[in-house]
Design a protein around this ligand. Structure first.
Ligand SMILES: [Zn+2]
Length: 459
């Protein structure tokens, strides 16, 4: 017996991927509890599930929710913060000042909670139903993850969540000194979350160990991260090769992928984020180890860090998904579109990353990157009911033949009308059902003001 029946839509199943998944004109999706019961034609399913609550998707696209595999939701507090950018001369400065000193090191539990509610709600409203969140904020320990998870629970997005393990000492250059005891605090924070939200369980929210980088941790801590992930079956999320390789080569005489391989970190449960400055050998290591990649083109562009070799990664069979750092808009289609266009421009080749492949990044590939391919990423019986109803604002027909192109070229977040996560309607007619949006925005701005004032900004 279906609880909800979405009818009369242009249904994209995206099973097994966007290109081969059937597209059903005048299609329907039946939902029972938190799962998809059946996908088929409207006439057939309407007759079969007459008693279900009906969502009429006439004129709309019905598709799986997007999966964004790298976020730092508390970063929204620093959006457009008018700091003295003339002091930032390099990516290294951006990381130390903008990332750490002006943001992470002064983040509080209340800030994490308020910002996460805001960011999660905005992402849901533009179609992201799953995120992989890495919380950073060494002075918000212990308890940073409980603040994050409290917000995620309230808003209703699906998430894997972890705290960054790092030996970095706030206020001290990592070139000068690091402290393994700091990393231990990070492990303990992850452990507490995994006890309440185990990986591989039935929950909508699950723990995934966060590890900051290979250069902010010693080889011993990296080895400990592998043991921790094996013990708890939780997988690892880690930034890799996001800075020019010279830094790690100078420190260890080898690249991040080699350091990570030699310390045993790499495996099919690893989600490596950024992965820009990769040699052929580095790519081969990721391919051999089955590492998943979270591609973050906007952040990489902002930092002037270059362009990841995504078309080559895909060619090698490396699973590439899409992430962002919450530095910019939270409007998911903008990230899809940027990835869709960037590699064509960078390689002077319009054939790279066609629409179906750009969409795979945020659907099946994203689900696989998080080990959730049996649950999300497509519309099929038995999968979790994470579903979007999108009303295209289009000057030309959106048909089965044009719909993937429309999503990559024209779609905007405000076109998302209804969103289900785990069978629950969390966005209805473009409005959040789980939280008071005005209150969420107000609280977030209050926390942003507190953070800005700590940086001496008169606001
Ligand atoms: Zn990041």
């Amino acid at each position: 017996m279906a609880d909800i029946l979405i009818t009369n839509g242009l249904v994209l199943t995206c099973e097994k991927d966007v290109l081969s998944g059937p597209i059903i004109p005048d299609g329907a999706v039946a939902v029972e509890g938190n799962k998809i019961l059946e996908v088929g034609s409207s006439a057939e399913l309407a007759a079969k599930y007459a008693g279900a609550h009906r969502i009429d998707a006439s004129g709309c696209i019905v598709m799986p929710g997007f999966v964004i595999t790298h976020t730092h939701m508390p970063y929204v507090l620093g959006h457009n913060m008018p700091v003295d950018f003339s002091r930032l001369k390099s990516f290294w400065d951006m990381l130390q000042k903008m990332g750490w000193e002006w943001l992470e090191d002064i983040t509080t539990g209340e800030g994490i909670y308020a910002a996460t509610r805001y960011a999660a709600a905005k992402m849901l409203k533009s179609g992201t139903t799953t995120v992989c969140e890495m919380v950073e904020g060494p002075n918000a320990l212990p308890g940073a993850l409980s603040s994050s998870v409290r917000a995620i629970e309230e808003v209703g997005i699906r998430a894997q969540v972890g705290f960054e393990v790092t030996e970095r000492i706030p206020g001290v250059s990592i070139l000068e000194r690091m402290d393994p005891a700091r990393a231990e605090e990070g492990f303990q924070e992850n452990l507490r979350l995994l006890k309440s939200h185990p990986a591989g369980g039935e929950g909508r929210i699950q723990g995934r160990l966060g590890v900051h980088t290979a250069y902010t941790n010693s080889p011993d801590t990296l080895r400990a991260a592998r043991s921790f992930a094996d013990q708890h079956g939780c997988g690892i999320q880690i930034h890799a090769a996001e800075i020019p390789r010279a830094f790690l080569v100078e420190k260890y005489g080898k690249s991040a992928p080699r350091v990570l391989e030699e310390t045993g970190v790499l495996g099919a449960d690893v989600l490596a984020v950024h992965c820009i400055d990769m040699t052929d050998e580095d790519l081969e290591i990721f391919q051999r180890r089955g590492v998943h990649v979270a591609h973050t083109p906007m952040t990489n562009s902002l930092g002037g860090n270059g362009v990841a070799r995504v078309p080559e990664m895909l060619e090698l069979g490396i699973n590439v998904s899409l992430g962002h750092d919450c530095f910019f808009t939270l409007d998911t289609p903008e990230y899809i579109r940027y990835a869709y266009l960037l590699h064509k421009a960078h390689n002077a080749n319009p054939m790279l990353l066609p629409p179906f492949q750009a969409l795979d990044l945020v659907l099946g590939n994203g689900a696989r990157a998080l080990g959730l391919q049996e649950r999300i990423g497509s519309l099929a019986a038995g999968k979790r009911a994470d579903i979007l109803v999108i009303r295209p604002d289009a000057p030309a027909p959106v048909t089965p033949a044009s719909v993937t192109s429309w999503i990559t070229m024209t779609f905007r977040g405000r076109d998302v009308e209804t969103v289900l996560v785990d069978g629950r309607v969390v966005v209805d007619q473009g409005r959040m059902t789980t939280v008071d949006e005005e209150e969420v925005a107000r609280k977030c701005r209050e926390e942003a003001i507190k953070l800005w004032r700590k940086n001496g900004i008169d606001v």
